[in-house]
Design a protein around this ligand. Structure first.
Ligand code: NAD
Length: 326
């Protein structure tokens, strides 16, 4: 068909297909991938997709975050609706429910390509996942949840665990892309089940970070050397990610945020949000979470002290300053 007999809608669809075909690099495995949210996690994840040979189309409200990815070869967009139209896959890595919801509204307002798969890797509620899946499938495209675990080190080293909620066909369709950013890509079940797994994992993480902080502080106050005690835990039954990879005591794990005054990493505000989400699903499923609720209060008090932007391992600092019974 000649260009002259195409309707404006057909012409627009044809030009988008052409842009996608022209910007696809290298071999047949190379895809156009949209990435929205280039923070502590997203910037590293998007960089790993570029390293794997994919063409990245990126957006963040922060200009420095966009500049960082542009320097690595990504194309920066002013509008996510344009970004989505040029992408085979769109990955969102945003702070919370409200921002994710608003971002999808904006991104899909002018319609979607029906062959685009939207993947949300933020930590949000399973309810929002189900509502977004309905909205986006209603517009003709696909949407799945694929939250991650592994923190900033996992995002940097492409060793994240992805928890996927969607159909088996959707899981198979996204697996190769997620493998560029992670080591374990697990199909957890239907829409929202990725988030269900993620919220339970993060509740445990929140509790175990407090446990490690209490035990490290107690050991140090009794006169034990922090490194000696960490070695003991990490070869004993108290061992966990918070003690071994992300120890909250400065000087124990060289790459942990504790060594840089708890900057970067996983913010206290975000783990507090996750505990709020866990509390919501605990309520709706009538599940008791006494320690989860207590952990929520502890992290909330850190936020109230102005520490919301610090890594959540800053809870050790609080233990260090407090006295028994206070
Ligand atoms: P972050 O705050 O470092 O990054 C969020 C990014 O989103 C920022 O760059 C911000 O500018 C951008 N942003 C905010 N509003 C936006 C909007 N409307 N449109 C586009 N960009 C916008 O957060 P993070 O630590 O990277 O975490 C992102 C998500 O991943 C959260 O849901 C978090 O719970 C989850 N998560 C974080 C970790 C971690 O260790 N940091 C681990 C697993 C999951």
């Amino acid at each position: 068909m000649s260009l002259r007999v195409m309707s404006p809608a057909m012409l627009s669809a044809w030009s988008q297909t052409l842009v996608r075909a022209m910007s696809t690099q290298g071999g047949s495995g190379s895809k156009n991938i949209g990435f929205v949210g280039l923070g502590n996690m997203g910037a590293n994840m998007a960089s790993n997709l570029i390293k794997a040979g994919h063409k990245l189309h990126v957006y963040d409200i922060s200009k420095p975050a966009c500049d960082g990815l542009a320097a690595k070869g990504a194309t920066v967009y002013a509008k996510t609706s344009e970004l989505a139209k040029n992408s085979d896959f769109v990955i969102t890595m945003l702070p919370n429910n409200a921002i994710v919801d608003a971002s999808y509204d904006e991104m899909t307002a002018d319609g979607v390509n029906k062959d685009t798969i939207f993947i949300d890797s933020s930590t949000i509620s399973p309810e929002l996942v189900k509502s977004l899946q309905k909205k986006i499938s209603g517009k003709g495209a696909r949407f799945i949840d694929a939250p991650v675990s592994g923190g900033v080190p996992g995002a940097e080293q492409a060793t994240l665990t992805f928890m996927v909620g969607g159909t088996e066909a959707e899981y198979q369709a996204v697996k190769a892309v997620l493998e560029c950013m992670g080591k374990r890509i697990t199909h957890c079940g239907v829409y929202g089940m990725g988030q269900a797994a993620k919220l339970c994992n993060n509740m445990m993480l929140a509790i175990s970070m407090i446990g490690v902080s209490e035990a490290m502080n107690l050991a140090v106050r009794q006169g034990l050397d922090a490194n000696v005690f960490a070695e003991i835990i990490n070869s004993s039954t108290g061992r966990c990610w918070a003690s071994e990879i992300y120890n909250p005591v400065p000087g124990v794990c060289p790459t942990a945020p504790a060594n840089r005054d708890y900057a970067g990493g996983f913010s206290t505000a975000l783990i507090t949000k996750d505990l709020g989400l866990a509390s919501g699903v605990a309520n709706s499923s009538n599940s008791p979470i006494p320690l989860g609720s207590l952990a929520h209060k502890v992290y909330q008090s850190l936020c109230e002290k102005g520490l919301g932007n610090k890594d959540f391992s800053v809870v050790y600092d609080l233990m260090k300053k407090e006295k028994f019974g206070i």
